[in-house]
Design a protein around this ligand. Structure first.
Ligand code: G4P
Length: 525
């Protein structure tokens, strides 16, 4: 049967899983791939053990994986949907790319370790999702272990992340005593160990919210407690609202165990019900491009350099926003006006060397790039030029001083720095008076990639001096008095010449704010 473009778009669900390292992102991804037929999954889900390599080994890992796009996008068929899961690397792979990936999804799944609650990286990634107003689904993981009280976890989620939570189900016990899930949304109880009188993984609930019939579990205090908790949630908790979920104001919360698979399918079924289809995108000219609009448009949110010196090529990741991609078609890059044929050079994933036959809004394609693309570029097929709104910049947290090792190579050093900065690989600052180069990043890996690429692509060796983590805050130029600079902060300019202070720590920032109460300091995202 020939599907129309609208049908295809409706079947797409594109999301990222956000979590702090070790919360269980890989394990749940594997479960999701198992439930669906994985259509394309290059390599393993992630270099699963990559977190255990020493930092200096990362280039070796890249080589082993071929190229680290191997796990960047996974496609799964489930219940008539094509689900695109975008990886957001944690561990030492964490970088601005991780944040930018969140610009290319329509929803996010937040995985939380029930023993740990909200952890720093989850908070950072959540903030970016929140800023976009995309729906966020919460999976509280590791219920097969003793963790924190569910009520505490919900309260913490609401307080720390400032979002309303709605439990879709409620755990009946935890750890060894996890009897099952009281499934509020589906009005049933899902048992961890079905009782032996028949096929009863799922027991329906009556109008009093109790299991109907004669089951041993009803005598358990754990069950009674769960029924009471749910009563309390129904009376005092948030009300379920599909609109609030769609607006990213209410997060549906699911409990489960990725490791044992318990609760994962229940989560997935509700997820495909409520996760949005590909959304419309707004252009710089304030036009809205609908995903079902006929002409192909898309934007580049990530460029993955191939670290293998034998191949200078890169992969540019495009989020398709409208139209339909077909191999061999011509597109324009808005920034340069250049026309490019998306022919044999277009591959979904470098590792499998698989050719994409078709792709529509919500899908991600990887374009083989020899230097034509930059992050934030819009591609379009039609006669009319399209430029989507710029991708946001993120506040870097780690800084390095950088100088060329060889003064004779100044020119290639500057060229390389400018290009990598433009590409979005790293951020550049200059000290206010002496114009020393300072690099800013959100993850350590960005520095290593920078150093490596400068050497291999621009033949410039660099000296890097770590400055550690700093808090960057921008100041309005008219508020700036260079005497505000002290030993606890460093005054710089960003690449657009805007003044910015790099504070040593929270204390130094607060000291500054107390001293200059009328000065407004701002952060990027
Ligand atoms: P990440 O991608 O978020 O970093 O986490 P990952 O899935 O790799 O999981 C981190 C650790 O937590 C793994 O154990 C994994 O087996 C465990 N884990 C994930 N989900 C659950 C769960 O539902 N219950 C329990 N009990 N453990 C879970 P590891 O020992 O670090 O890794 P491995 O050597 O077993 O692979």
């Amino acid at each position: 049967m020939n599907q129309t473009l609208a049908d295809k778009v409706k079947s797409r669900k594109t999301f990222a899983i956000i979590s702090h390292p070790d919360a269980g992102k890989t394990t749940i991804t594997e479960q999701l791939l198992l439930f669906g037929g994985a259509i394309r999954q290059a390599g393993t889900v992630k270099g699963k053990k990559s977190g255990k390599f020493a930092k200096s080994d990362w280039m070796e890992i890249e080589k082993q994986r071929g190229i680290s796009v191997t796990s960047s996008v996974m496609q799964v068929d489930y219940d008539g949907y094509q689900i695109n899961i975008l990886d957001t690397p944690g561990h030492e792979d964490f970088s601005e790319d991780t944040y930018r990936t969140l610009m290319a999804v329509d929803s996010a799944v937040m995985v939380i370790d029930s023993g740990k609650g909200i952890e720093p990286q989850t908070k950072k990634l959540f903030k970016v999702c929140r800023m976009r107003g995309i729906p966020i689904f919460t999976f509280i993981n590791k219920m097969d272990r003793d963790g924190r009280e569910p009520m505490d976890l919900i309260a913490e989620l609401e307080e720390v992340l400032e979002i309303d939570a709605y439990p879709m189900n409620w755990p009946m016990g935890m750890g060894k005593n996890l009897l099952g899930l009281y499934d509020i949304y589906n009005n049933r109880v899902e048992l961890t160990h079905p009782e032996d009188n028949g096929d009863n993984d799922f027991l329906p609930l009556n109008e009093n919210g109790e299991i109907e019939g004669d089951y041993a579990i009803k005598k358990s205090t754990i069950y009674t407690q769960a029924v009471e908790d749910v009563q309390l949630l129904k009376e005092a908790g948030n009300t379920f609202s599909e609109d609030a979920i769609a607006a990213g104001e209410l997060t549906p919360v699911f409990f489960g165990s990725a490791l044992t698979g318990f609760g994962v399918q229940t989560f997935l079924d509700a997820f495909v019900d409520f996760a949005p289809n590909p959304s419309a995108h707004v252009t710089e000219a304030d036009e809205t491009i609908e995903p079902t609009s006929e002409e192909l448009t898309g934007f580049i949110f990530k460029i993955q350099a191939n670290m293998n010196p034998a191949h200078r090529d890169r992969i540019a990741f495009v989020r398709i926003c409208s139209g339909e991609f077909k191999p061999g078609m011509d597109v324009f890059i808005n920034r340069t006006g250049k026309k490019i044929k998306l022919a044999h050079t277009t591959q979904f994933m470098a590792d499998s060397r698989e050719q994409v036959e078709t792709a529509v809004a919500g899908d991600i394609i990887g374009l083989y790039d020899t230097g034509n693309f930059q992050i934030g570029d819009t591609i379009y097929e039609g006669k009319k030029a399209v430029q989507f709104e710029a991708l946001p910049q993120f506040t870097p947290e780690l800084f390095m001083k950088v100088t060329p090792k060889n003064v004779m190579k100044q020119k290639s050093f500057h060229k390389g720095v400018q290009q990598l900065v433009q590409e979005g690989a790293i951020q550049l600052y200059k000290t206010y008076h002496t114009e020393d180069y300072i690099l800013g990043a959100v993850g350590q890996l960005q520095f290593e990639v920078f150093q490596y690429r400068l050497l291999h692509e621009y033949n410039a060796e660099v000296e890097m001096t770590p400055m550690g983590s700093k808090i960057a805050r921008w100041i309005e130029p008219e508020d700036l008095d260079p005497n505000m600079s002290s030993s606890r902060n460093l005054l710089c300019r960003d690449r657009f010449d805007n003044p910015v202070f790099l504070f040593e720590n929270q204390f130094a920032l607060r000291w500054f704010e107390d001293k200059y109460p009328n000065v407004k300091l701002t952060a990027l995202l």
